[in-house]
Write a protein that binds this ligand. Structure first.
Ligand code: TYM
Length: 333
């Protein structure tokens, strides 16, 4: 009888600044939910983060903070592999190999590369250009079937699929070709200060993002100030992108549909609605904040989890790397 294998999930998050509601609703919340049904590997992608200059002291703290947050969210290190990307050297190794099977033209078309090079014209480094190859290596190393992400990562996922198919065509079945796992209603949470822009960790306006560690007062204040329109009806429509974004957030945390939300706030103004969104978000993040405080204070536990995570990640990826080495003609000792 053929052995049945649980489907594999891989996803990653950069340890740059505290994760915000977009990261949480668009991706992280699914990570926690998926671990019951799938074999999951989740990574804090420190290697990716240095494609933009980082302060080393801050980066080190943020790697720990992001790692602790994943645990605080309910990702269980006994059920899932939770690890720091740089702790498994196989990522950088496979990334180099795959970069020799990725075309310059393909990488030049990546919108994230174009955006980031515009934002940092003084530092358009080679790592920024080959960033999606490292991301492909992350995913393909673990033979992931599904990759839970927000819509902004879809293009990178398509490239990953192309690289995997190209390699498989040249050398025979080597990699599983992964599918994106994107939740439609929260695929892109927008900035609270400008509903035309996605909520982003690098936004310099502190009112644009709500982080998962913000306290209740801060959350309430940021939602109260959220940019909407001059109307007063809580519904979707032309020119109402700010309200629609708040409806997406509210819907995601309360599990209500757009229709239910429209009904709930019929005849009420934006003030009431924004307060309700703030309350709902603050309530939903509270248990995680409490748990986070406990975990980040327990240095020994964090270190032990990181170490075990690194070992498990290495063990889970070794087979793929050996297979690839063999196929391209390297000598495996
Ligand atoms: P990162 O760190 O920018 O974001 C982490 C996750 O959050 C999602 N996301 C959003 N979702 C909805 N609305 C938003 N405004 C929003 N902003 C961010 C992202 O889509 C992502 O899922 N390159 C990746 C990290 C990575 C990775 C991987 C992901 C490295 N290797 C392998 C998956 C698989 C990144 O920079 O995510």
């Amino acid at each position: 009888m053929e052995e049945t294998r649980k489907k594999r999930i891989f996803s990653g998050i950069q340890p740059t600044n505290t994760p915000h509601l977009g990261n949480y609703l668009g991706a992280l919340r699914n990570w926690h939910r998926l671990q019951e049904e799938y074999d999951c590997a989740y990574s804090i992608v420190d290697l990716h983060s240095i494609t933009v200059r980082q302060d080393p002291v801050k980066l080190r703290a943020q790697i720990k903070e992001s790692y602790a947050l994943l645990l605080a969210m309910g990702i269980d290190p006994d059920k899932s592999i939770v690890f720091v990307q740089g702790h498994n050297p196989a990522h950088a190794q496979l990334s180099w190999i795959l970069s020799c099977y990725t075309q310059f033209g393909e990488l030049s078309r990546m919108t994230q590369f174009k955006d980031k090079s515009q934002k940092h014209p003084e530092n358009i480094n080679a790592g920024l250009f080959t960033y999606p190859v490292l991301m492909a290596a992350d995913i393909l190393l673990y033979q992931a079937d599904l990759v839970p992400v927000g819509i902004d990562q879809k293009q990178h996922l398509e490239l990953t699929r192309n690289i995997a198919e190209r390699f498989n065509n040249l050398y025979g079945e080597t990699f599983i070709v992964p599918e994106p796992y994107i939740t439609k209603s929260v695929e892109k949470i927008m900035s609270l200060a400008d509903p035309a822009k996605k909520m982003s960790k690098s936004d310099e306006n502190p009112n644009a993002t709500v982080t998962v560690l913000d306290d209740r007062d801060t959350i309430m204040r940021k939602f109260r100030r959220a940019v909407t329109d001059s109307g007063c009806e809580v519904r979707r429509g032309e020119g109402k992108e700010g309200i629609e974004n708040l409806m997406s957030v509210y819907g995601a945390v309360t599990e209500k549909t757009f229709e239910e939300i429209e009904k709930e706030f019929e005849g009420k103004g934006y003030g009431d609605f924004k307060a309700a969104v703030g309350e709902a978000v603050a309530d939903s993040l509270l248990p995680m904040r409490e748990e986070y405080k406990r975990i980040i204070a327990d240095k020994a536990y964090l270190e032990r989890c990181m170490k075990e995570g690194a070992e498990k990640a290495f063990a889970a990826s070794r087979r793929t790397l050996r297979k690839v080495n063999k196929k391209v003609g390297f000598i495996d000792l």
